[in-house]
Design a protein around this ligand. Structure first.
Ligand code: DAK
Length: 260
């Protein structure tokens, strides 16, 4: 499907989704949230796509937050609808079978950091800037930032980021565990594509099971998380990919996974 604010490009099992409002620093308005959700849903149903990279158009921003100009005039009812769009997108990213890799090419502020928090892996250019500046606008993070950020980086660091509203460098974001790796701007996409290609070469059922086991289990008591893992582990046995992966090991050849 063609979108106005989102570009989708599929190459060798890896899809690149680009938020395309560079003049507005890729701020998320209702249309972009809707189109992103639709694009992710479509890619989720495409069994040929094994990893998704999410990035921003232009050199300045990944996402400079929710669109403040659009949000400013909203009624409570419209605000609720907007919140639902944002929350639905993040839930979609987290529930996709394929991993979503964020390539943070510039500002990732407010909703931008929150989108990154919902992605499975986060890579940044050394020019990227993260932050939750909502307190500057008299609001708090509303796309899950008060919940996902402290769970990922710890309560006190999370509070510092949210209470001060200050921007974090890519390096600081890496130190606190928000970012997996930092690269020169011109290398970012190539490096993220490399990681995506490695993931795309593995068994899709196994990657999906690992993603869901981690996402569903990580906030549960260990015993409950282990139960989830056990169920996911057992569920892979008897799949064509499990047979193929183990046969390939025994036969000393490279496995050809099909996702069945
Ligand atoms: N929204 C709308 N437009 C934005 C924008 C944003 N978040 N960020 C930048 N822009 C626009 C600017 O208005 C400007 O447009 P024009 O004036 O040229 O038309 C253009 O992008 C270039 O920006 P600047 O001229 O400001 O560029 P600078 O280099 O001077 O500054 C900056 C770059 C990123 C430091 C600055 O633009 C900035 O501070 N932007 C705002 C960052 C921010 O506060 N982000 C957080 C937004 S709040 C909710 C759930 C979640 C949320 C809300 C509700 N519900 C549950 C209802 C989330 C909220 C947020 O994300």
């Amino acid at each position: 499907m063609a979108y106005e604010t989102v570009l989708v490009d599929i190459e060798e099992a890896v899809a690149v989704v680009t938020i395309n409002r560079p003049k507005q620093l890729n701020a998320l308005n209702s249309q972009t949230l809707t189109e992103l959700n639709e694009a992710m849903t479509e890619l989720g149903a495409n069994s040929e796509v094994r990893a998704i990279i999410l990035t921003g158009a232009g050199e300045r921003a990944f996402i400079a937050g929710a669109d403040i100009k659009e949000m400013a005039g909203k009624s409570p009812r419209e605000g609720r609808r907007f919140a639902e769009l944002g929350l639905a997108l993040l839930e979609r990213i987290e529930s996709l079978d394929q991993p979503v890799l964020a390539a943070i090419n510039g500002f990732a502020l407010g909703g931008g950091t929150e989108v990154a928090l919902a992605c499975d892996l986060v890579y940044a250019s050394n020019r990227a800037r993260f932050g939750q500046p909502e307190v500057n606008l008299g609001i708090i993070p509303g796309f899950g930032g008060t919940q996902r950020l402290p769970r990922l980086v710890g309560r006190n660091i999370g509070k510092e980021v949210i209470f001060t509203g200050e921007m974090l460098s890519a390096e600081r974001a890496r130190e606190i565990g928000l970012v997996n790796g930092v690269f020169a701007p011109e290398e970012l996409m190539e490096q993220v594509r490399k990681v995506a290609a490695v993931i795309a070469s593995k068994g899709p059922l196994a990657i999906s099971a690992a993603k869901h086991a981690i996402n569903r289990g990580v906030d549960l008591p260990l015993a409950s998380g282990l139960e989830i893992e056990k169920g996911m582990f057992a569920g892979l046995f008897g799949s064509r990919d499990q047979n193929e992966g183990m046969a390939a090991f025994v036969e000393k050849r490279k496995a050809e996974f099909t996702g069945e």
